[in-house]
Design a protein around this ligand. Structure first.
Ligand code: CA
Length: 222
């Protein structure tokens, strides 16, 4: 799950970012509305957390512009104001939910998850390739019905492989999905994670799903 966070206050942005990353979300941060709009136009996000008070155009304007461009990603609006009027304005501008500051991280994550469930009934949150299953909402993974415990990096690599099952997944795709950057130096790191993942996913199963394609990347074969 990839989240866009539009928040100019660095302290709050890093607090939310840390928490979301712990929960295995991929997070992009925009420090103002303009950058937020740009990122939302070029990337497919599962949800947007949008602060109301931003330098330049505020959250309401950004929200309206996104909806006008037919970007229907669920939006959770953050604001210091708890007024009913602001809440109504936010919802009228196209936000899906609203959270007044200060809030606890637990409340934010609960609202976010509710939004992801509610807004995307048509979008599957459950990936299944052969007997390997992954739930994108609670990050549970099982093979042949047996639960598998993964670290957050292993989980994100597997999610990327499963989203592109039976296709070539390059190291660049993995490094962008998991580290949000494309560093050639990650090559060795990725190989190490693939090895961990392989031992957790494939060991004890005659059908080895994680394949290494020499020179091009990896493939999860169903
Ligand atoms: Ca702000």
């Amino acid at each position: 799950m990839r989240i866009l966070l539009v928040e100019d206050e660095k302290r709050i942005a890093s607090f939310i970012e840390r928490g979301l990353k712990e929960k295995k979300f991929v997070v992009d941060i925009a420090g103002d509305g303009e950058q937020g709009l740009y990122l939302a136009e070029i990337n497919p996000y599962d949800a947007i957390i949008l602060d109301l008070v931003l330098p330049g155009e505020d959250g309401l304007e950004i929200c309206k512009k996104l909806r006008k461009q037919n970007i229907l990603t669920p939006i959770l609006m953050l604001t210091a104001r708890g007024e009913v009027r602001d809440r109504v304005m936010g919802l009228n501008a196209g936000a899906d939910d609203y959270l007044a500051k200060p809030f606890s991280f637990e409340e934010l994550i609960a609202r976010l998850r509710a939004l992801l469930r509610r807004q995307q009934p048509q979008k599957t949150n459950h990936l299944k390739v052969a007997d390997l299953e992954l739930n994108m909402l609670n990050h549970e993974v099982q093979r042949a019905g047996n639960p598998i415990t993964l670290t957050s990096k292993e989980y994100m690599i597997l999610e990327c492989l499963m989203l592109h099952a039976n296709q070539v997944v390059t190291r660049t795709m993995l490094s962008e999905h998991v580290w949000q950057e494309n560093f050639q130096t990650f090559t060795n790191v990725i190989d190490v994670y693939i090895r961990y993942l392989r031992s957790k996913i494939d060991e004890g199963h005659p059908n080895k799903m994680i394949q290494t394609l020499r020179g091009s990347g990896y493939m999860l074969k169903g």
